[in-house]
Design a protein around this ligand. Structure first.
Ligand code: ADP
Ligand code: MG
Length: 244
């Protein structure tokens, strides 16, 4: 058995008195797409944010490719290079073109020359269907295009895993599909992904496993057909009755 790409081992997270992740155990294998669903406030974003130490955990451990992220000797910048993250808000640099947005981290962090970085970035923009938008500024792009630039920007660091937190939630409905399409291609290319989404069609079709969170707990983990057709827990049945 290979080492899992991501392991959550009894993870506890508090915000002050509030216990928001409760003894979370979860393993994500190489190339697996795990879709995390659950009601608002259940801890989905916090779980992702703890994974690249945007938030600290108070108990348990998280390991990326077998390496504990809480180890005091861990190089946090190196860790974050391995983990690409895309959020609901695209947060592109407004005064940089799409190409410059994608190239900036490889130049600043990886030390690539501008020419090398730009060549790579142009390919990444092509991969997300934006080959003609390299010189556009964010305000010249639709929300769906901006989110695809944000995905290309995350991929530019050659991450080993990708985390997506409700990346289509802020988009007009007609733009959701183009972003999910890029994520589907990435999944089909073998990327290890953790995806928080309300898009149940995507969860069912692209997810290898569904994880239901509620009130800081992992309630149920199952392959999509099982989760959607035969949920085991009342909590899962209740959740599905709300969203389907
Ligand atoms: P979800 O993404 O599932 O909607 P979150 O992970 O954002 O849930 O939030 C889980 C719980 O943690 C919620 O009760 C939320 O209010 C709380 N929370 C999230 N971020 C913070 C924070 N920075 N400070 C205090 N409480 C927070
Ligand atoms: Mg959230």
């Amino acid at each position: 058995m290979n080492t899992p790409k991501i392991e959550f081992d009894g993870v506890d997270k508090y915000f002050g008195e509030a216990h928001v992740l409760k003894d979370v155990d979860l393993e994500i294998e190489d190339g697996e797409v795990v879709v995390v669903v659950g009601p608002s406030g259940s801890g989905k974003s916090t779980l992702l944010r703890c994974t690249n130490r945007l938030e600290e955990i108070q108990g348990g451990d998280i390991r990326i490719e077998g390496q504990s992220i809480t180890n005091p000797t861990v190089d946090i910048n190196f860790l974050r290079q391995r983990i690409g993250m895309v959020f609901q808000s695209f947060n592109l640099f407004p005064h940089k073109t799409a190409l410059e947005n994608v190239s900036i981290a490889p130049i600043d962090v990886k030390g690539l020359s501008r020419a090398e970085a730009d060549e790579r970035s142009q390919q990444l923009l092509t991969d997300v269907g934006l080959e003609d938008q390299a010189d556009s500024y964010p305000n010249q792009l639709s929300g769906g295009q901006q989110q695809r630039v944000a995905i290309a920007r995350a991929l530019a660091m050659d991450p080993h895993v990708m985390l997506f937190d409700e990346v289509t939630s802020a988009l007009d409905p007609e733009l959701v599909g183009e972003v999910l399409g890029v994520m589907r291609e990435l999944a089909e290319g073998g990327m290890t992904m953790m995806v928080v989404t309300h898009e149940m069609g995507f969860a069912r079709e692209v997810g290898d496993r569904i994880v239901l969170m509620a009130d800081g707990h992992v309630i149920e983990t199952a392959p999509p057909e099982e989760f959607f057709e035969n949920p085991r827990t009342d909590r899962a049945k209740q959740f599905l009755s709300m969203v389907l």
